[in-house]
Design a protein around this ligand. Structure first.
Ligand code: IFM
Length: 430
């Protein structure tokens, strides 16, 4: 049999986020965003993939697909539906889910913030509210105190660059501001501060309890390959790369503000390794081709017209990019890499199997080059709400029939399950 093997220490699993799959939450800012007509074509987060009522079924599904680890998020508005009021029902619900995972031998990885927040926080300014960081830390404290026995691995904040950009530059995320540079910078700074302080807090709360599994805290960074179309586009591409990737790495990993966000290291004490991360979470999807333009940052992203291999969303499928972004992060920090997301919108499931095999081949290359990759989470376990795009894009290993909420594993799910069970990646036969 040809193909290649992966080491047993590399855990393979899949990822989701609460707002995208749970359904039923009226206190979240994305529900209000749905009511405002900003999700898909009049779609709503209220349905999700019906996960809130199907936790047992979905944990059984994860088991049947031989997932070794599962990245999920905890919906802030389920835990704190009103300021300072902790929901017993919400807390008990996630405890049950986490207990089911642990009982099934699936290692949970919990994200505290994955794009959404309670509507009450949104109404007081979201990440621009004067007390946003303190509010987030109070939520983090409550969650970590509650689940420290079950969860060792934590993501503080998912894709802060995408969140700040969507909320204040593109306007697709609440509050829908467009080209608001001041808002973008202030939100980015608040996210960095929230992460750095949560890093210390999670360690302080959990390390003291002496669990055998060490606490590990990081953030999930959206890292794409930014390539210039030609020499003219090179400076603008480099500047875009700096603003979208590097500034957030410096903030979240080093606790350092770089211009234009500020200067210095204002966020207190890092961990024993000198950083505010024990691993770097990498969310990798695609490559963007930049063309020179007249407006700052003087290059605009697009898709290479010659790239024929694309997802349903038109994103270029570029497996080598996974190697490039992970290797660059490793060279800079030598921190373990957790691939916290990697996946494809592919309703017909025509390309997902190959996508998985080709991206895992890059993981093999990374390991062979000495890069410490410890986790790979495929995005996503199941079809879900692709934020402002609605339910159209199908990222799931498992198809969701939204009329009945029936779960139907796609052929790629079977292939990936076999890989997870055997740690052998077969040559892709189509
Ligand atoms: O669905 C999103 C996820 O919430 C964050 N990372 C990218 C995914 C696909 O766009």
């Amino acid at each position: 049999m040809t193909g290649f093997d992966l080491p047993k220490e590399l855990l393979l699993g899949s990822a989701t986020a609460a707002t995208q799959i749970e359904g039923g939450d009226v206190n979240c800012n994305w529900y209000a965003w749905s009511l405002a007509g900003r999700v898909g074509e009049g779609e709503s987060s209220i349905g999700g993939a019906g996960h809130w009522d199907r936790v047992e079924e979905d944990v059984a599904l994860l088991s049947s697909l031989h997932q070794e680890c599962y990245r999920m998020s905890i919906e802030w508005s389920r835990i704190e539906p009103e300021p300072g009021a902790w929901s017993r029902e919400g807390l008990a619900h996630y405890r049950r889910e986490l207990e089911l995972l642990v009982a099934a031998g699936i290692k949970p990885h919990v994200s505290l913030h994955h794009f959404s927040c309670p509507q009450w926080l949104q109404e007081s300014g979201g990440w621009l509210a004067p007390d946003a960081v303190e509010r987030f830390l109070a939520f983090a404290r409550r969650v970590v105190e509650e689940y420290a026995d079950l969860v060792a691995e934590w993501t503080t904040i998912n894709e802060p660059n995408v969140l700040a950009n969507g909320s204040y530059m593109d306007g697709d995320f609440p509050p829908g501001a467009k080209g608001d540079l001041v808002g973008y910078f202030r939100a980015s700074r608040a996210l960095i501060e929230a992460h750095c302080r949560a890093y210390a807090l999670i360690h302080e709360l959990r390390d003291a309890r002496g669990y055998p599994e060490p606490t590990r805290v990081g953030f999930a960074h959206h890292l794409a390959v930014f390539a210039p179309k030609n020499a003219l586009a090179a400076p603008g591409t480099a500047l875009s790369d700096f603003l979208f990737h590097r500034v957030f790495l410096a903030g979240f990993v080093e606790g350092r503000l770089l211009p234009p966000l500020g200067l210095g290291r204002p966020f207190g004490r890092p961990g024993a390794n000198g950083f505010f991360c024990d691993f770097i979470g990498v969310n990798y999807y695609s490559r963007h081709l930049f063309t020179a333009c007249a407006r700052p940052p003087f290059a605009a992203p697009g898709v290479d017209p010659e790239a024929t291999d694309r997802s349903d969303l038109g994103w270029e499928i570029y497996p080598r990019g996974l190697f490039q972004v992970c290797e660059a992060a490793w060279k800079r920090y030598a921190l373990p890499i957790h691939i916290t997301e990697n996946g494809i919108a592919d309703a017909a499931d025509a390309r997902r199997g190959r996508f998985i095999v080709e991206h895992l081949a890059q993981v093999r290359r990374l390991l062979d080059s000495g890069v410490k990759v410890e986790r790979y989470f495929h995005w996503s376990l199941m079809d879900n709400l692709e934020w402002h795009e609605g339910y159209g894009p199908r990222f799931g290993l498992v198809e969701i029939d939204y009329a009945t909420m029936e779960r139907r594993p796609r052929p790629s799910a079977r292939l990936y399950a076999e890989i997870c069970a055997t740690k052998h990646v077969p040559e892709y036969a189509g």
